[in-house]
Design a protein around this ligand. Structure first.
Ligand SMILES: *[C@@H]1O[C@H](CO)[C@@H](O)[C@H](O)[C@H]1NC(C)=O
Ligand SMILES: *[C@@H]1O[C@H](CO)[C@@H](O)[C@H](O)[C@H]1NC(C)=O
Ligand SMILES: *[C@@H]1O[C@H](CO)[C@@H](O)[C@H](O)[C@H]1NC(C)=O
Ligand SMILES: *[C@@H]1O[C@H](CO)[C@@H](O)[C@H](O)[C@H]1NC(C)=O
Ligand SMILES: *[C@@H]1O[C@H](CO)[C@@H](O)[C@H](O)[C@H]1NC(C)=O
Ligand SMILES: *[C@@H]1O[C@H](CO)[C@@H](O)[C@H](O)[C@H]1NC(C)=O
Length: 515
């Protein structure tokens, strides 16, 4: 009798586990469609991950405990900073209290609700009380961020590896903060050390993890190390907390010495010497002297693949996002209160891009941006260079729509018709197609092949309403560059003769899609 009773109870328990899993799968399947998207400036790709969302056993948390908080030596001041302290503390607490975070299906329902991370803005929700108004007719429970973003945490241990013709020092100088894959968004980008003056203004607005791949061949390597040390020792404490530097160089241009991660983290920089990128003559850089091309897409892919979060925002380092983008974006994902977020095609979240003149500060919100557009101190990005490359569908309507609370999908666009050569910049995931590493910055069109793949895979381009990107102040004008023109025509031939035929084999074709 007893045995039977126990068996029954076990059976009932198992059934309830199965039911829980089903509910979870259902919810994931709906959300899952909002899967993949990506980052870099105009590149994108993605593949829907809905399938991968399934099993709750996938919730695995591996914490990176390594270099936890080497910085933060008593800086005081702004409310932003004090927020960050809280953030750090809560990361630490969650590390201490929950060492392994391996959730099995029985524990998942209760555990997910407790696991609020440092970046999460939402309140803990009681599933039974808060029911969102199922736009799709089903009543889906309001979710926590962790429920909404099924993902696995990633190791951020330093690792040296080859990648095609390049050596890569992944996570060479890692950020000190640990983050869970669901709790924030990573801005991913690439640069050489002369662009590192963008890090502080960028981080000031982004305030979430940044993953940067630095191209540092030969004697550009020691200068790059000095620049990283300068930022970490003399800049905002946010830099050592939130910025991870990866380094890469061709195997034909290996530097003379590569110090250990520990040495770089513990070294200090004499701040009165000023930043090492000031007064650098580009003509004297190793890269220029050796006539190397800038392998922009190798860097983009390294930075994106190494991001610790599920959502990645691949951008160019000179593009500064509107403040609070990451938490507003995640709140939109968590709430899923727009029908378009349930659609099953793969999707990326596109930002409109603007330039402001040299004398202006980037606007802090859309209201201010609209005023600047009216006053002529801001213009759509590359209006004077290549307006077709960055023109966003419904941009006129976007500029007329007044700012609202939070973040929403303003319009769903496709990369077809007059947008067939669009190079959108978007928030996506690492399921989106990567960038072709044979293309260089000098040869241009470096995001076009990704754009083609996205188009063939039938991606939706969800244009966000209240968020935007602003190029660092100064409006670009057209300058003739015959060296670049020569490289551009070479690149175009490479794309046409070699890459495009490959893409047609690998991704197929679709009416209206072009490179
Ligand atoms: C979670 O990840 C760790 C480290 O990668 C691994 O050892 C462990 O088996 C994983 N657990 C599950 C349930 O996948
Ligand atoms: C799942 O978690 C529960 C509660 O945390 C535990 O009792 C059970 O042994 C775990 N099952 C497995 C298979 O790990
Ligand atoms: C639920 O949605 C319907 C239609 O979308 C709307 O009319 C109604 O007001 C909503 N109810 C609540 C409680 O939000
Ligand atoms: C830092 O650099 C300044 C200016 O070159 C120099 O005067 C000072 O002695 C240096 N400090 C240290 C500790 O090396
Ligand atoms: C940069 O070069 C200019 C002109 O040569 C000079 O006036 C300035 O002091 C230099 N700045 C630094 C930080 O070396
Ligand atoms: C936008 O920023 C301006 C300037 O800081 C501020 O005065 C205004 O209240 C902000 N508007 C909104 C809607 O946040």
């Amino acid at each position: 009798m007893n045995m039977i009773g126990i068996a029954r109870r076990n059976w009932a328990l198992r059934l309830s586990v199965v039911l829980n899993v089903c509910v979870l799968l259902y919810v994931c399947a709906h959300f899952g469609s909002s899967g993949p998207w990506i980052e870099e400036p105009p590149t994108n790709w993605g593949t829907p991950l809905s399938e991968a969302f399934g099993a709750p056993e996938n919730f695995n948390g591996t914490q990176r405990q390594s270099s936890s908080s080497s910085s933060s030596s008593g800086y005081s001041a702004s409310p932003l900073f004090s927020n960050l302290k809280l953030v750090k503390q809560s990361v630490k607490e969650s590390l201490e209290n929950k060492p392994a975070t391996v959730l099995n299906s029985t524990s998942i329902n209760s555990a997910t609700r407790i696991e609020e991370g440092p970046f999460s803005t939402q309140k803990v929700q009681d599933h039974s009380q808060t029911r969102s108004n199922g736009t799709d007719g089903a009543s889906s429970p309001a979710m926590t961020l962790k429920d909404a973003i099924p993902c696995n945490d990633k190791s951020s241990e330093p690792k040296t590896a080859q990648r095609g013709d390049y050596w890569v020092l992944y996570n060479y100088v890692p950020m000190s903060m640990s983050v869970r894959c669901w709790e924030t968004v990573t801005y991913t980008t690439q640069a050489d050390y002369t662009f590192l003056d963008n890090v502080e203004p960028l981080l000031e607005r982004w305030r979430a993890p940044i993953s940067i791949a630095m191209h540092a061949p030969g004697s550009d390597f020691p200068s790059t190390i000095e620049a990283i040390k300068y930022l970490r020792s003399c800049g905002s404490p946010l830099i050592s907390q939130l910025v991870t530097f990866h380094i890469y160089f061709s195997s034909k241009h290996v530097p003379k010495a590569v110090p250990s991660t520990e040495k770089i983290i513990s070294d200090t920089y004499n701040c009165s010497l000023g930043p090492p990128w000031v007064n650098v003559s580009v003509a004297k850089m190793y890269k220029t002297e050796k006539k190397l091309l800038y392998p922009v897409n190798v860097g983009r892919n390294i930075a994106r693949e190494s991001a610790p979060t599920y959502y990645v925002f691949a951008s160019d380092i000179e593009l500064y996002p509107s403040p609070n983008l990451a938490p507003k974006f995640l709140e939109m994902i968590r709430k899923r209160d727009q029908l378009t977020l349930y659609k099953s095609n793969p999707k990326v979240f596109v930002l409109s891009i603007f330039e402001v003149d040299e004398k202006s500060q980037p606007p802090v919100n859309k209201t201010q941006l609209i005023q600047m557009l009216k006053a002529g101190t801001a213009i759509p990005f590359h209006k004077k260079l290549c307006s077709g490359c960055h023109n966003v569908p419904r941009s006129k309507e976007w500029q007329e729509a007044v700012e609202t609370e939070g973040l929403h999908v303003f319009h769903v666009g496709k990369r077809t018709g007059s947008f067939v050569h669009w190079e959108p910049i978007f928030i996506g995931t690492n399921n989106d197609p990567l960038y072709d590493e044979r293309l260089s910055w000098e040869g241009k069109s470096d995001k076009m092949t990704q754009g083609y793949a996205l188009c063939v895979l039938d991606y939706d381009f969800l244009i966000l309403d209240n968020a935007f990107l602003v190029h660092r102040p100064g409006i670009k004008i057209f300058k003739k560059d015959s060296y670049r023109d020569m490289l551009t025509s070479k690149t175009n031939a490479l794309i046409k003769k070699i890459i495009f035929p490959e893409l047609k084999v690998l991704y197929g074709t679709r009416k209206g899609c072009a490179v």
